[in-house]
Design a protein around this ligand. Structure first.
Ligand SMILES: [Zn+2]
Length: 237
């Protein structure tokens, strides 16, 4: 039996699936992974992305932060791809219990998924640091230099920056879904970056499926290891 049909069999026979996804889920929608080699390094910016996307940089160089952020992090033209849509189908069949994502593009919700846990927040939510009023991503894009609230306060994206902690409520929910999952699909992530690797350790089930084009530290723990693009795998179910 080939690996893809093995994947299909596991999905068909499992009714408690949890999906954990990284940047690789969105690259097929044209959203660049700034950590990968084809990402947005070596670009026209004077600092590496990890520096720009840090809390201290946001506080001290808000102008530069927003220049990069508006250009590279908000991709409102991106559309969900086959993986997003197949996950919607699995949720509607009550087989998929949760999507845990490291992406901030909101593509799972745009596709129609309901139970999405966004570990790193979302570009679609932004709030005034003074009065907490909410703004959408278009407002951020349309503002010249630093987006400001009608009250005069600076607006911050609801995105977890480097040096910032994760929302513990979301982390705890993620742990609960992972530790109760029968099948865990980990896809499009190298599992090298916190908190991904730590969360996966809570999995106690028997069917860990790993889909990633390059090697990860968890490869030898996977029950099914698929070195394919996500689109190839998900279009098979
Ligand atoms: Zn305000």
């Amino acid at each position: 039996m080939n690996l893809v049909s093995e994947f299909r069999n596991i999905i068909n026979n499992s009714n408690n699936i949890v999906f954990f996804g990284g940047a690789g889920v969105s690259t097929e929608s044209g959203i660049p992974d700034f950590r990968s080699e084809n990402g947005i390094y070596n670009d026209e910016y004077s600092y590496p992305p990890e520096t720009i996307l840090s809390h201290s940089f946001f506080i001290s160089k808000k102008n530069e932060f927003y220049k990069f952020y508006k250009n590279k992090m908000i991709c409102l033209d991106a559309k969900p791809n086959i993986t997003h849509y197949k996950l919607v189908e699995l949720e509607n069949k009550n087989k998929l219990k949760a999507i845990i994502t490291q992406n901030i593009d909101g593509l799972h919700q745009i596709a129609g998924s309901k139970n999405v846990l966004e570990l790193h927040g979302s570009v679609h939510r932004n709030y005034c640091t003074k009065c907490k009023k909410n703004y959408n991503a278009q407002y951020i894009l349309d503002s010249t230099d630093i987006p400001r609230c009608s009250c005069g306060g600076d607006i911050k994206p609801d995105v977890v920056l480097y040096e910032e902690g994760l929302d513990m409520n979301i982390v705890e929910k993620s742990i609960e879904f992972i530790s109760n999952a029968e099948t865990l699909i980990v896809a499009g992530t190298s599992l090298a970056v916190y908190p991904a690797a730590g969360l996966i350790q809570h999995y106690k089930g028997k069917q860990l499926i790993l889909i990633n084009k390059s090697a990860t530290p968890y490869d030898d723990r996977a029950n099914l290891l698929l070195r394919y693009s996500l689109g190839e795998i998900f279009s098979s179910i």
